[in-house]
Ligand binder design. Structure first.
Ligand code: ATP
Ligand code: MG
Length: 183
């Protein structure tokens, strides 16, 4: 699945609505320290269903909401939409009737997260599975955090195996087996 566009509204430093067009080929994001480069990668991971606030460099998930500055008040919610090109029909059954999928996650300070796919409300798990099956996903090795290379070198074998499984495209199966074992 190809990521087409990323829309942010109230997410971290992106207080005003912003849209990034992701063209085919290599995209580079450059800018001075603190301008929001890592926040963009985190927005992608977040909309794919990341559930650990620490992965967003926060204490609680509501920390992704614009916290305010001396000049601008804090926001009450944050929303990120990832537009995915689905012309190759790689999305799972049930979501596979459209050429484009708009995956949206919205969080309010006291109401938690709501997910939508093309406007229809879905569970977090639906979004997580959609990306896990497509070998992307919030914890995909395709997303390399700042400092992660050093962590990888020092990783324990089980953690390394997880990375290989994800790369082999069986991340979704792994997650389903884990859920089956819990039942
Ligand atoms: P570097 O080059 O140092 O890696 P970067 O471009 O990756 O920098 P980010 O880490 O993405 O920068 O952005 C950090 C900025 O985002 C900081 O200025 C921080 O104050 C701001 N920020 C993070 N969370 C929030 C929030 N909830 N509300 C407002 N601003 C936030
Ligand atoms: Mg950074």
């Amino acid at each position: 699945m190809r990521f087409d566009r990323l829309r942010l509204n109230g997410f971290k430093s992106f207080v005003d609505p912003a849209e990034l067009v992701i063209r085919e080929g290599l995209t580079g994001i450059v800018g001075p320290n603190g301008c929001g480069k890592s926040n963009l990668l985190e927005a992608i991971r977040w909309v794919m269903g990341e559930s650990r606030p620490t992965a967003m460099r926060g204490a609680g998930m509501e920390d992704v909401i614009f916290a305010g500055t001396t000049r601008r008040p804090a926001r009450a919610h944050a929303e990120v939409t990832l537009a995915v090109d689905n012309r190759r029909r790689l999305a799972p059954a049930g979501f596979n009737d459209a050429d484009r999928l708009d995956i949206t996650r919205r969080i309010t300070r006291d109401g938690g997260s709501v997910y939508r796919i093309n406007g229809r409300e879905v569970r977090a798990r639906d979004v997580q599975m959609l990306f896990a099956d497509a070998s992307s996903g919030a914890q995909s090795p395709a997303l390399v955090r700042q400092g992660q290379i050093a962590e990888l070198i020092n990783a324990r074998p089980a953690a390394r195996r997880r990375i290989l499984e994800e790369a082999a495209g069986i991340g979704g199966l792994y997650q389903r087996r884990h859920e089956a074992e819990l039942k």
